[in-house]
Design a protein around this ligand. Structure first.
Ligand code: F6P
Length: 378
C-alpha cells in the first residue's frame, strides 16, 4: 500500500525556460491550498536532490513569480543522477548516484516528486520511477521536443523572441542588401526555427529534420535578386546539417546528450560568402531565447500543468507526465492528459515530415533548401 502524501518535492531540471517559475508557483499553491501538503524545492535540478540542497516553499516564496523568467530553484542540464560526479561525494569519476538521490528524498520525508523538465530530465524521472519513486513530470523546454505533448512550457515565449529578432533583422537586411542567417535553438528538433521562420517571414528555413543543400540557398538568394529582392532571411536551426554532413556541435562528454550545439550559421556564412556576390552575415540568438518574461500563453500553460501535476498525485497516479493535447490557443480543444513517462523516454519529438506547417510554408514559397524543391520562392 502506498503512504498518504503529506509532503512533496519539486525540482526544475535541464535548461531553464520562461514559465518555470509559474509552474513552481502552481505546484506550491495547489499543494498547499487545495490539499494541505508541504512542498520542498530542490536546488539546481537533480543536483540538489542528490546533495540535499533544498528548502521548504510556502505561499510567500511564490508571490510575484508568474511574470519572472528563469527558475527560483536553479536548474542544471548536467546533473544526471545515473552518471554523476561532485566534489562533495568524493568520486574520481561519474557514477550511478540514483540511490543517493532516493536516500536524500527519504531524509527530507518526501512522499512524491514533481519534476519540471525536458526530455532528458523526464527520461531520468522515468528511470527513478522504475526504482520505485512516486514521480510526476511536467514538460518544459523552449525546444518543444517532448513526446506525448503538443506544447511545452517556454516554447511560446522563445518563438515570440525569435520572431521579434527575425522582424528586426528584416529591416536591416533590406537596407543593406544582405543575406542574414539567424541561428535558433532546438538541438535535434526544428520547432522554434519552423514556427519563428513562418511567423517572421523567413525566406529559407533550415531544420535538423531536413538536411539541406547549400546550393539551394544560393539558388533562392539568386532567384530573389532577379525579382528585385536584394536581401534574404534564413532561419537556421542550430542542429541542422547539410546533406551528407554533420551538425555543428562540441562534445562535452561520452553520452549522446552531452553536446553543445551552436556555430552552424557562422560556418554557413563563410561558405555562402564564397558562393554569392551578396554580403552574408550571421546572428546567433542563443540564450536570449531562454530569458525574459513568459508570454500569457506560457504562464497559463505552466499554471495548468503545475496544478495538474499535483492533482495527478492526489488521485494516486504517478509515473506519468501531465501533457497538453491540442493547441493552448484553441480553448475548445485544449485538454490536459496524462502520458506514461515510458512514452516520454522514447526520445525527442522531432518535427514530422508531414507536419501541416511545413506544407503551409512551402505553399507560400518558403524554401527548406531541398535539392528537389520545385516551388517558386517568395
Ligand atoms: O534544450 C534547451 C536548449 O536551449 C537547447 O535548445 C540548446 O541547445 C541548449 O539548451 C543549450 O544549453 P546550454 O545552456 O547548456 O548551453
Amino acid at each position: 500500500m502506498t503512504t498518504r502524501i503529506r509532503r512533496i518535492g519539486v525540482l526544475t531540471g535541464g535548461g531553464d525556460a520562461p514559465g518555470l517559475n509559474a509552474a513552481i508557483r502552481a505546484v506550491v499553491k495547489t499543494a498547499i491550498l487545495r490539499y494541505g501538503w508541504q512542498v520542498v524545492g530542490f536546488a539546481d535540478g537533480y543536483e540538489g536532490a542528490i546533495l540535499g540542497r533544498a528548502r521548504e516553499l510556502g505561499l510567500d516564496d511564490v508571490r510575484g513569480l508568474l511574470v519572472r523568467g528563469g527558475t527560483i530553484l536553479g536548474a542544471s542540464n548536467r546533473a544526471n543522477p545515473f552518471h554523476f560526479q561532485h566534489p562533495e561525494l568524493g568520486d574520481a569519476e561519474p557514477r550511478d548516484h540514483s540511490r543517493t538521490l532516493l536516500a536524500t528524498l527519504e531524509q527530507w520525508n518526501i512522499d512524491a516528486l514533481v519534476v519540471i523538465g525536458g526530455e532528458g530530465s523526464l527520461t531520468i524521472a522515468y528511470r527513478l520511477h522504475e526504482l520505485g519513486l512516486r514521480v510526476v513530470g511536467v514538460p518544459k523546454t523552449i525546444d518543444n521536443d517532448v513526446r506525448g505533448t503538443t506544447a511545452t512550457i517556454g516554447f511560446d515565449t522563445a518563438v515570440c523572441t525569435a520572431t521579434e529578432a527575425i522582424d528586426r533583422l528584416h529591416t536591416t537586411a533590406e537596407s543593406h542588401h544582405r543575406v542574414m542567417l539567424v541561428e535558433l535553438m532546438g538541438r535535434d528538433a526544428g520547432w522554434i526555427a519552423l514556427h519563428a521562420g513562418v511567423a517572421g517571414g523567413a525566406d529559407v528555413i533550415l531544420l535538423p529534420e531536413l538536411p539541406f543543400s547549400p546550393e539551394r540557398i544560393v539558388a533562392v538568394v539568386e532567384a530573389r535578386r532577379k525579382r528585385g529582392r536584394h536581401f534574404t532571411i534564413v532561419a537556421v536551426a542550430e542542429g541542422a546539417k547539410p546533406i551528407g554532413g554533420e551538425a555543428v556541435y562540441e562534445r562535452l562528454g561520452p553520452l549522446p546528450y552531452q553536446r553543445k550545439y551552436g556555430g552552424l550559421s557562422v560556418v554557413l556564412q563563410q561558405q555562402l560568402s564564397t558562393l554569392l556576390p551578396t554580403e552574408v552575415r550571421a546572428v546567433v540568438l542563443g540564450h536570449l531565447q531562454r530569458g525574459g518574461t513568459p508570454t500569457p500563453r506560457d504562464r497559463t500553460l505552466a499554471t495548468a500543468l503545475g496544478a495538474a501535476a499535483v492533482e495527478t498525485l492526489a488521485l494516486g497516479d504517478h509515473g506519468v507526465m501531465v501533457a497538453v493535447r491540442g493547441h493552448p490557443s484553441g480553448q475548445a480543444t485544449w485538454g490536459i492528459v496524462r502520458v506514461p513517462l515510458a512514452e516520454v523516454a522514447r526520445g525527442p519529438r522531432l518535427v514530422p515530415l508531414n507536419h501541416p506547417l511545413l506544407a503551409t510554408a512551402r505553399d507560400i514559397g518558403i524554401s527548406f533548401a531541398q535539392p528537389d524543391e520545385e516551388q517558386a520562392h517568395g
